[in-house]
Design a protein around this ligand. Structure first.
Ligand code: HPA
Ligand code: ZN
Length: 339
């Protein structure tokens, strides 16, 4: 109860959220109607009932299917603004969001449509909510290197809107090393680099993301805990891990929330933050993710403050932009523990 009040008050940054994963069933139906796209569901309830997954791939199959309703710039703008409003209601004050262009270009929707729509939504969120944002282009790792290079080429006219690149989709069997040359090229373009690693894949994939992709954040990173030398490396470099508790539960990365490694991560000195991943599919936005771990792992107010502070420290805001949020978090936690 008290923890939930603290969670509501803390300013937060969200660093691991796929815009296409914020497509709520209601908007999916509205866009299906608007664009005359058929979807294999009769009702919003039926869509929600289909969201039972036993692994990452089962989720991805439905996630790529859902994207089919996104056709025009206005669709991407509506999706983006809806997410921003929802995040802002959870006191998220800065977002660094992913999008999956290959999920759209593969079905004939142009890079221009996608980027124009998303940047339009982010701009409106900046004006309407004062929400700051950066955009991260994710490459689908189940597709080949040539496809990713072609996607980078298509994105070149829009790089002023894109802060960095990431790597997502089916992890096992698609190691980071597959994209070493691509990420080197992205680095030459001045793009920042992150990658999903250690969600289902082994610690070796986290090593590769660090050494071969030269990432500055690891998305998920749960399985890094299996390798103590890797944990030391992550602690020593204060490498951010963007952890997604409800996602981990829904995709059976953890058996139950009590078994979630987040508290262990903090105890080991890892720089972990809380994120919602694909909130429309996994049952909750930022504060629901915080509340789930706060309760199941019996987190103290100091842990919650640390997680919120880590989210800003790990963001791509400047030090001058981060400091007021870090000061505010300190003040709120101090106030909270004093009463
Ligand atoms: N993992 C990998 N790929 C993804 C995810 C995820 O959690 N969400 C959207 N694409
Ligand atoms: Zn993700």
């Amino acid at each position: 109860m008290t923890n939930n009040r603290l969670i509501e008050r803390l300013p937060k940054a969200e660093l691991h959220m796929h815009l296409e994963g914020s497509l709520e069933p209601e908007l999916m139906f509205e866009l299906a109607r608007r664009n005359n796209v058929s979807i294999p569901f009769e009702s919003v309830d039926e869509v929600r009932a289909a969201y039972e997954f036993s692994n990452l791939q089962e989720f991805l199959d439905i996630y790529y299917q859902g994207m089919a309703v996104l056709q025009r710039p206005a669709d991407f703008e509506d999706l983006t603004l809806a997410y921003c409003r929802r995040a802002h209601a959870d006191r998220v004050r800065h977002v660094e969001v992913f999008f999956d262009p290959q999920g759209h270009t593969k079905r004939g929707v142009s890079m221009d449509t996608v980027v124009q729509g998303i940047t339009g939504g982010l701009e409106r969120a900046r004006e309407e909510l004062g929400l700051s944002s950066q955009l991260i282009l994710c490459f689908l790792r189940h597709l080949d290197e040539a496809d990713a290079f072609e996607t980078l080429r298509e994105a070149e006219p829009y790089l002023e809107h894109i802060a960095g690149v990431g790597l997502d989709s089916s992890e096992v069997g698609h190691p980071p090393s597959k994209f070493a040359r691509l990420f080197a090229e992205c680095g030459k373009h001045g793009l920042r680099r992150v990658a999903h690693a250690g969600e289902e894949g082994p610690p070796e994939y986290v090593w590769q993301a660090l050494d071969e992709l030269e990432v500055e954040r690891i998305d998920h990173g749960n399985r890094a805990l299996e390798d103590s030398a890797l944990v030391d490396r992550l602690v020593d470099s204060a490498m951010p891990l963007t952890v997604c508790p409800l996602s981990n539960l829904k995709l059976c990365v953890v058996d139950d929330m009590q078994a979630h490694p987040l508290r262990t991560m903090l105890d080991r000195g890892l720089n972990a933050s809380v994120n919602s991943d694909d909130p429309a599919y996994f049952g909750g936005y930022m504060n629901a993710n915080f509340a789930a771990v706060a309760q199941s792992l019996a987190l103290e107010p100091s842990h919650l403050g640390e997680l919120a502070a880590n989210s800003f420290r790990s963001s791509w805001l400047s030090d001058a932009q981060k400091q007021p949020f870090l000061d505010e978090i300190d003040l709120i936690v101090t106030e909270f523990t004093a009463v």
